[in-house]
Design a protein around this ligand. Structure first.
Ligand code: ATP
Length: 321
């Protein structure tokens, strides 16, 4: 029997679910009809260009940005109606307010743990518990005012993790970092002992989404334009490229037969060079070349599409570098 009251238990399989989400600033509508689902216990990347609405979305999930229409649920809790509960399960990295430059890293971690309501002893343990995982040990006893950008970002991230949030929000975690710091932060994020923690990160870097995420959601102008695993997106939306260089000249019949065999298109045909694009994999390319009896191959390469290609094929314009 059903009653008028909601007896639903929150759906904990989905970390974040947006349905018909609409968000407006005084002068403009940023999200019109955003539909997005981020599975629990996984890393989901929201990929989009400058101004796509990534920060707005993260702020809305963290209860900091009101939404006008639609539904936004965090582990089953409607953000608008259960803001207090949502605040208790979400951690947002990049909130520098809680990190004090005059204190050392470890003092900051303990302070944040105390703010979350832990006793002094628990706070010490919680701080100690994240130092290795976030590779802070080299500088954690120094004052934060002496940190590099990458070290500061790492401490922010660790501070968010102290409270073991069920959903960790990382808003453009490596923007502005040099390539070395970015790489090392990627390694840290990849090796986080998630133990069921869901992560939603925003990024404008295709490589970042590719390297870190189990699921990628691409948004543009406040709407989802594609979603899937990095591999699915590559496979469905953009082309693989086969490049061949041969000693003996290739005939156009040979090139045509090869492209047909691969159900691809000839992009370039020179005397000794051929480029074919299409939806095929390395094995299929090997087989097709062998079957066409193309000999004397000096170069053979098959390049799967990157998320850059995916973005280009979907939006018709280049992604941010
Ligand atoms: N407080 C605000 N008032 C009015 N418009 C805003 C406000 N904050 C953001 N916007 C606009 O909303 C749009 C989305 O902004 P948002 O910061 O969410 O994008 P983003 O994808 O995070 O971009 P970036 O990668 O540059 O951080 C932009 O056009 C931005 O100019």
């Amino acid at each position: 029997m059903t009653t008028g009251q909601s007896t639903q238990t929150p759906n904990t399989d989905v970390a974040v679910q947006a349905l018909g989400l609409q968000i407006e600033y005084p002068e403009r509508t940023v999200m019109r009809d955003l539909n997005l689902s981020a599975p629990a216990g996984r890393v989901t990347a929201v990929l989009g260009r400058n101004g796509a609405g990534k920060t707005t979305l993260v702020r809305a999930i963290a209860t900091l940005q009101p939404y006008r229409a639609g539904s936004l649920r965090v582990l089953g809790h409607e953000v608008k109606d259960e803001a207090q509960t949502v605040r208790g399960i979400v951690g947002l990295a990049g909130q520098h307010a809680a990190v004090v430059a005059e204190l050392t890293g470890v003092e900051n971690l303990r302070m944040v743990a105390r703010l979350y309501g832990l006793s002094p002893r628990e706070a010490r343990q919680a701080a100690a518990g994240v130092i290795d995982g976030f590779a802070l040990s080299e500088f954690v006893d120094r004052r934060v005012s002496t940190y590099s950008g990458g070290q500061r970002r790492r401490l922010d991230l660790a501070a968010t993790f102290v409270n073991r949030p069920s959903l960790l929000l990382l808003d453009e975690p490596t923007t502005g970092l040099d390539p070395h710091s970015r790489n090392s932060l990627w390694e840290t994020i990849r090796s986080l002992p998630l133990n069921g923690t869901s992560v939603l990160l925003t990024t404008q870097y295709l490589e970042e989404a590719q390297r870190l995420a189990d699921e990628v959601v691409i948004i543009d102008e406040g709407r989802v334009i594609q979603a899937g695993t990095p591999n699915q997106l590559r496979r469905t939306m953009a082309s693989t490229t086969l490049s061949l260089v041969t000693h003996a000249p290739l005939s156009s019949d040979q090139a045509k037969a090869l492209a047909e065999r691969l159900r691809g298109e000839i992009r370039d045909l020179g005397d000794n060079e051929l480029t074919v694009t299409g939806q095929f994999d390395l094995d299929a390319a090997h087989r097709a070349v062998t079957e066409q009896g193309i000999l004397d191959i000096t170069e053979f390469s098959v390049s799967p599409p990157t998320l850059d290609d995916v973005f280009l094929s979907m939006t018709g314009s280049e992604a941010s570098p």
